[in-house]
Write a new protein. Structure first.
Length: 84
């Protein structure tokens, strides 16, 4: 994703210290209204407004508004289906 601020939190957990049983967790987070807006194709101001109204699935890390791309994709699908 060019130009979008994405945090990657990648952690490896190895069950019984065996590489065959290792599980990899990867979470992408869009950090900031600008990153979320670029992902959605709207303005940072609109993202902030939707967040204030509780209309978009966002959360905060400190003072930064964040969202997971997959959560936003599902939210968009629900909006398209009239389930916003």
């Amino acid at each position: 994703m060019h130009g979008i601020s994405v945090l990657h939190a990648c952690d490896k957990y190895q069950a019984n210290c065996d590489m065959k049983n290792s599980v990899t967790f990867s979470v992408e987070i869009l950090a900031g209204t600008r990153a979320i807006a670029e992902f959605l194709g709207t303005s940072p101001r609109q993202v902030a407004y939707w967040n204030e109204q509780g209309r978009i699935p966002c959360f905060r890390i400190g003072k930064t508004i964040c969202a997971r791309p997959e959560t936003l994709r599902q939210w968009l699908k629900n909006c398209e289906a009239g389930q916003s």
